[in-house]
Design a binder for this molecule. Structure first.
Ligand SMILES: Nc1ncnc2c1ncn2[C@@H]1O[C@H](COP(=O)(O)OP(=O)(O)OP(=O)(O)O)[C@@H](O)[C@H]1O
Ligand SMILES: [Mg+2]
Length: 258
């Protein structure tokens, strides 16, 4: 594992998010360090997507503090928020792409939203991003319905990279891909992280991804991050959920391969 700088790029403290009476996130704490690939795991419905959406400001929290790039997001001015938003990129779990826009238009979406640049420059940036994620120029004019699941994920990644972010949020980027496609996507994420110096916050259920590319893993259960650490730390934990997740039947093969 590469030596990690301990600069915190994202911290969440005491975060509470509730829908009605039910606390989904219950006094949750989390730190993400610059340059790391953090794998975020937890059972289905645990609140992984809710936390990601809360961090980026799409879901209001009842309590707590979120700080990104040293900026407290709650007290930030509109201008400061826009500045922060330009420094992160997002790949959503659902609705990864706008179905009525072409691939090129999808990748250009954040550029159009945040930058005032010419159409020509916007084309050039989008084409470069598509190339970066391994897509050939002939996909530019296609619509999402004409693409395979793997290609959609790649286009969504290109869109997440559109503004040259320092931090990317990926919500289950390899779900729905076959194991070879998922492995290739992992490699792509790792390569981009290394070459661009990205910090990657990746929600995943994919044990192979966790083994292959994550520097650290954070585990969400009962509304809290109950453990953060390396895969070794996960395997050593006696917590029942962690034991069955990382050492259960389905985990055994992944563990053997690493
Ligand atoms: N807008 C909303 N209104 C009400 N409840 C919601 C809303 N969004 C999420 N929830 C609930 O919050 C809980 C956590 O959902 P979330 O989507 O974060 O789970 P998850 O950990 O991402 O699961 P998965 O691994 O299946 O994607 C679920 O019980 C979900 O039904
Ligand atoms: Mg989710």
């Amino acid at each position: 594992m590469a030596a990690l700088s301990k600069e915190v790029v994202l911290s969440a403290r005491d975060v509470v998010v509730a829908f009605g009476e039910r606390n989904i996130l219950d006094h949750l704490d989390l730190d993400v360090y610059r340059g790391e690939v953090l794998g975020f795991v937890g059972g289905s419905g645990a609140g992984k997507s809710v936390l990601m959406r809360t961090i980026i400001g799409l879901i209001p929290k009842r309590e707590g503090i979120i700080k990104v790039f040293g900026q407290y997001l709650d007290t930030a001015t509109e201008e400061q928020l826009v500045a922060v938003e330009q420094r992160w990129g997002i790949l959503f779990q659902q609705g990864a792409l706008f179905s009525s826009l072409t691939v090129l238009q999808n990748v250009q979406f954040p550029i159009r939203e945040y930058l005032n640049v010419s159409e020509r420059l916007m084309d050039e940036i989008a084409v470069a991003k598509l190339e970066m994620v391994g897509l050939s120029p002939d996909v530019q004019s296609k619509f999402p319905s004409e693409l395979s699941g793997g290609m959609i994920k790649r286009v969504a990644l290109a869109r997440a990279l559109a503004l040259d972010p320092e931090l990317v949020f990926l919500d289950e980027p390899t779900s729905g891909l076959d194991p070879i496609g998922a492995g290739e996507f992992d490699e792509l994420i790792k390569t981009l992280q290394r070459t661009l110096g990205l910090t990657v916050y990746m929600v995943t259920h994919d044990l192979d991804s966790l083994h292959a590319i994550c520097d650290r893993i954070a585990v969400l259960a009962g509304g809290k991050v109950i453990l953060t650490g390396t895969m070794k730390d996960m395997l050593a934990s006696e917590h029942p959920w962690l034991k069955s997740y990382f050492r259960g039947k389905r985990a055994r093969m992944a563990n053997l391969e690493s």
